[in-house]
Design a protein around this ligand. Structure first.
Ligand code: IPE
Ligand code: IPE
Ligand code: MG
Length: 236
């Protein structure tokens, strides 16, 4: 493991739960449940077998509220179960869980389970799991701008002192930049996921639907990452 290069910060856009279910003649909810079960296994693999330090997950976008009430309600219940019980191994693994997104529109039960998870894991040091829930990259930039504007208005920050570090500190979470983003299910877009933090990320778009995206698929994506030549503007 030590001589293999892993990204420091991995993003996963967990897509394809609905199509996975539909192709089996099942309800979309069954796909979301299968996706959540797969996620727990995948996270155990990542934190036990790789040196990836930070994982950002796209769990629910601000746009996903446009879906039918049944599906949204099911997902919200699934989040509560996931955070309250299924993430137990993450907590035992010394991983700190944080959330990104707007709190408005989220049911109280979800907010409570998020707060408890954050609190239970706040002193963990092995890795970070950032869960993007009711998240939009455009809203994150709007919310960061408002936070900074307030500090300028109340005199605690000078305009000249606004740097990239200040911008990052005023995002939902102060995280290192994304090195690698995987979107499952074959869609080749980022759908408002961490648009600022992924400005220099490498991407992989495997065709596999998220419920089937196991540790073997992840290693295949990581192999693709290792073949990339990250130049950051340098001459070759
Ligand atoms: C991703 O799977 C899960 C969420 C967006 C919450 P989808 O539900 O988008 O699955 P597809 O894209 O319809 O197959
Ligand atoms: C992006 O997937 C959001 C999550 C994976 C949570 P969507 O399925 O909602 O994205 P679009 O609608 O295909 O862009
Ligand atoms: Mg989708």
């Amino acid at each position: 493991m030590s001589d293999v290069v892993y990204p420091n910060h991995l993003g996963i856009i967990m897509d394809g739960n609905g199509r996975w279910a539909k192709e089996k003649g099942l309800n979309r909810s069954v796909g979301h449940k299968a996706g959540a079960d797969n996620l727990v296994n995948l996270l155990d693999y990542i934190y036990n077998n790789t040196s990836i330090k930070v994982v950002s997950l796209y769990a629910f976008s601000t746009e996903n509220f446009k879906r039918e009430k049944n599906e949204v309600d099911y997902l919200m219940k699934l989040f509560v179960t996931l955070f309250n019980t299924k993430l137990e191994s993450i907590k035992k693994n010394n991983v700190k869980v944080v959330f990104s997104g707007r709190r408005e529109n989220l049911p109280k039960a979800v907010l409570d389970s998020m707060d408890k998870t954050t609190d239970d894991t706040k002193d963990n040091t092995k890795g970070i799991l950032n869960i993007c829930l009711n998240y939009g990259g455009d809203y994150e930039i709007v919310d960061m701008t408002k936070k900074i504007a307030r500090q300028v208005l109340n005199g605690s920050l000078n305009i000249e002192d606004i740097t990239k570090e200040v911008v990052n500190k005023n995002f939902y979470q102060d995280l290192p930049p994304l090195d690698f983003v995987i979107r499952t299910s074959g869609e080749k877009r980022i759908s408002n996921f961490m648009i600022y933090q992924s400005s220099y990320a490498e991407y992989d778009f495997p065709d596999t639907y998220f419920p089937d995206f196991d540790s073997k698929c992840l290693e295949e994506s990581l192999d693709n990452y290792r073949k990339r030549d990250r130049r950051f503007g340098n001459a070759k």
